[in-house]
Design a protein around this ligand. Structure first.
Ligand code: NAP
Ligand code: MG
Length: 491
């Protein structure tokens, strides 16, 4: 090895590679000036009128006007879904339903570039992620659940379970297309019909999915999309024609919905916030662990419910890990989400940027030491640099509250028992990461961590066959795998 590569192997020299711009072409998407609601197989204007803008968070430019669904529109959509349930979708044999769902999966693959570019423009996430993660996984969830549609008798022992009816589904802005797939694919496979409410800031990929439903000749009313803000979601959740509510979003709104639905007889699953511990033991493969830390908290600008936002490092290697992490972060490229070399895209909205700034200031005020990578921020748009807080105490706000941004809080531990105690010291319980060479220690930790998912020597890995969901205030119910079907089947 040369001395330069020795230095690099030792983590002493950051790789300063310059990249020429490599923008993905926007020509593949056709963004309309105005989008309507998708009800009963057609795009229809809202009954009371009203449109809201969606913007590109990387430039602050308006992209399109989107219909604002009122209570009467939600009522129309639920009515269409009910008719489609009674007359078409639930009487249809599972093997026939499967054909439609397989067709949707294949069209998502065929139109993958279009979906990825649109998602990056509306959400701000790097094209590398929408292209390699969001869109392929969305197709994978439709493929996976298409395969279940004619095998529902194997979901659990006993009589063949039937569908519930109309599912009302509300999703957040961080993985707009993927969350739509997580919701729609199992519901449709189980024989339910759906009304989906995308987030206000990211409605466009769900509306492109509606076009895909038309292209797949999905019978009218089987899947409906009502766009709008929180009030539209609230109207959907409250509608008496909805038999099952699936909500992904903040713990605050989730608690509110749980209170409202108590005693209504509606089935409910909640996928809420998180404050996951990513735990690095002194025998961990350090280079890989550094990549896992980066992927854990800076993937999708940290807008990830299961983000590894609390780094717990064994004390003996803490200084080395933080030093290497800083060097690695200095090489991340922040900027144009459509550039294929971009690692860190835009923060999704002005409101989210404000929240990240406020919590970071609180972190400093409470005694945490903040370090940010020196990357230049574009003038327009919403941006926040990759940031690491050291000297964080478990009682600090940034060790307890979900920031939902590219901000990591570092703490240390001495023994495995202390790592478990610190990791579980949270109101959340969605996920955790463990980095160690010892298989026995991975199993020992996994048994004790109160988290729905525990990743070992990796982070933020998803597979449609694997259930995902929370403990405690991270919610209840599982999405993915056989478990994900339970939420959409009669008990
Ligand atoms: P949010 O404010 O709770 O919004 C989530 C969705 O609910 C949006 O579509 C929102 O509409 C809608 N909504 C708002 N108020 C409502 C109400 N009263 N009734 C019904 N629907 C309502 O959450 P967010 O801030 O957008 O999303 C970030 C949160 O989602 C984070 O806490 C994150 O951890 C969580 N999340 C969890 C998972 C998981 O799988 N566990 C996955 C992703 C995100 P508008 O956006 O249009 O206002
Ligand atoms: Mg937008």
């Amino acid at each position: 090895m040369t001395s330069a590569s020795n230095d690099r192997a030792a983590g002493n020299a950051p790789l300063a590679i310059e990249y020429a711009p490599a923008p993905e072409s926007k020509a593949v998407v056709n963004i309309r000036e105005r989008y309507q609601l998708f009800i009963d197989g057609s795009f229809v204007p809202p009954l009371q009128g009203g449109y809201f803008p969606t913007i590109n968070p990387a430039t602050e430019e308006p992209l399109a006007e989107v219909a604002l669904a009122g209570e009467d529109d939600v009522d129309r959509a639920v009515g269409a879904a009910r008719r489609a349930f009674d007359e078409v979708w639930s009487p249809m044999p599972g093997r026939e339903r499967a054909k439609y769902i397989f067709r949707i999966a294949r069209i998502i693959q065929e139109r993958a570039r279009e979906l990825a570019v649109l998602e990056s423009i509306d959400n701000g996430k790097p094209i590398r992620e929408s292209r390699d993660v969001d869109v392929p996984l969305a197709a994978a969830y439709f493929f996976y659940y298409a395969g279940w549609a004619d095998k529902l008798e194997y979901v659990r022992p006993g009589p063949v379970p039937g569908p519930i009816g109309v599912a009302g589904q509300v999703i957040p802005w961080n993985f707009p297309l993927l969350m739509a797939a997580w919701k729609l694919a199992p519901a449709l496979a189980a024989g339910n019909t759906c009304v989906l409410k995308p987030a206000e800031t990211t409605p466009l990929s769900a509306l492109l999915l509606a076009e895909i439903f038309q292209q797949a000749e999905l019978p009218p009313g089987v899947a409906n999309i009502v766009t709008g803000a929180g009030a539209t979601g609230a109207a959907l959740v409250a509608h008496p024609g909805v038999g099952k509510v699936a909500f992904t979003g903040s713990t605050e709104v989730g608690k509110q919905i749980q209170g409202e639905l108590a005693g209504s007889g509606k089935r409910l699953t909640l996928e809420l916030g998180g404050k996951a511990a990513n735990i690095i033991f002194d025998d961990a493969p350090i280079e890989q662990a550094i990549e896992g830390i980066v992927n854990g908290i800076y993937f999708n600008q940290g807008h990830v419910c299961c983000a590894g936002s609390r780094l717990l490092v064994q004390e003996s290697i803490a200084d080395e890990v933080v030093e290497r992490l800083r060097r690695r972060l200095a090489t991340l490229r922040l900027g144009d989400p459509l550039d294929k070399n971009t690692d860190i895209g835009a923060i999704n909205s002005a409101a989210q940027l404000e929240k990240i700034r406020r919590l970071s200031k609180t972190g400093e005020a409470e005694g945490g030491i903040s370090w940010s990578s020196g990357c230049a921020l574009p003038e327009r748009g919403y941006w926040f640099p990759p940031t690491v807080f050291t000297k964080v105490e478990p009682a600090h706000t940034i060790a307890r509250e979900e920031i939902f941004g590219p901000v990591l809080s570092v703490m240390t531990f001495r023994t495995p028992e202390e790592a478990v105690q610190r990791a579980n010291n949270t109101v959340y319980g969605l996920s955790a990461g463990v980095w160690t060479e010892k298989g026995s220690r991975i199993l020992w930790m996994a048994e004790r961590l109160r988290a729905g998912v525990v990743w070992a020597n990796t982070y933020n890995r998803f597979d449609p066959a694997s259930p995902f969901g929370g403990f405690k205030e991270s919610g209840f119910g599982r999405e993915g795998g056989r478990h994900g079907l339970e939420a959409y089947l009669e008990r």
